[in-house]
Design a protein around this ligand. Sequence first.
Ligand SMILES: NC(=O)c1ccc[n+]([C@@H]2O[C@H](COP(=O)([O-])OP(=O)(O)OC[C@H]3O[C@@H](n4cnc5c(N)ncnc54)[C@H](OP(=O)(O)O)[C@@H]3O)[C@@H](O)[C@H]2O)c1
Length: 272
Amino acid sequence: MRIRSFTVPFWQWLPARLYLGIRKPKRAILGMELAGEVEALGRDVTRFKEGDWVFAFAGFGFGAHAEYICLPENASRIQEGMVAPMPANMTFAEAAAATGGALTALRFMRNGRICPGQQVLVYGASGSLGTFAVQLARHFGAEVTGVCSTANLELVRSLGAGRVIDYTRTDFSAGEEKYDFIFDAVARILRRRARKALKKGGIFLSAHDAHGSASIKSEDLVFLKELIEAGKIRSVIDRTYPLERIVEAHRYVDQGHKRGSVVITVAHSPQA
Ligand SMILES: NC(=O)c1ccc[n+]([C@@H]2O[C@H](COP(=O)([O-])OP(=O)(O)OC[C@H]3O[C@@H](n4cnc5c(N)ncnc54)[C@H](OP(=O)(O)O)[C@@H]3O)[C@@H](O)[C@H]2O)c1
């Protein structure tokens, strides 16, 4: 399937860096997250037709930072990528931002085995993973506490956190409050610090525990689409850059202070 794409830049992630190459990229075209329009179909494709709007995770073949990408309609493994119809209530930019971070956050929230009424703390609640984790934990019925900097308190509250902690002023682990599940969405806290704020039998997971992404399935993308269309979750977009300014976009993301996602837009010239 060939899809016109609008993509999110690749994030710094050590295993992926090793895969990409240390001194220079092993792959010419990076990018794992995208949304766009189906332009052409393989002979056996049945789920999609030309002109469909889709959002997708390109998998470990990358290639999303481009005008076109070919993806299998039904990949059996995350590595091969996955495609689903785009949420009807989103723009391409919003849909592109609702793939990698949202899929990863969903896996972590499921691994946290959240039960309704439980206390969940999301550390680093203002990044891509964090903004989705807050909304998903809320959707699964948790009482959510979000930890972020002063400038992002309102944003995190607006995503459904009943309580917010400003990490520049307060140490969440020094308070009386104890949590059933702590998710460190920015991989910044030590396990022993988290343990101080966990209830007995509580769970701590860090974005560094990125292994196991193999458990993400294409049904998860459809699940996210349904939640988005039901108004339960949304994308947070910090900035958009045209593809020509992707270096600037990466430099901005590399500073580590983006709110939600940074999106790359791809201009298309009419086909001859
Ligand atoms: N995005 C994905 O699709 C994805 C998928 C798998 C794994 N990961 C991994 O998940 C982690 C998060 O990635 P991301 O893309 O969501 O966000 P990110 O760009 O790594 O983090 C940005 C956010 O982190 C906040 N932050 C920075 N320092 C902090 C601190 N000391 N305490 C709390 N918050 C802090 C920033 O807000 P302030 O500067 O205002 O604090 C900003 O909103 C990374 O390690 C990434 O490799 C990401």
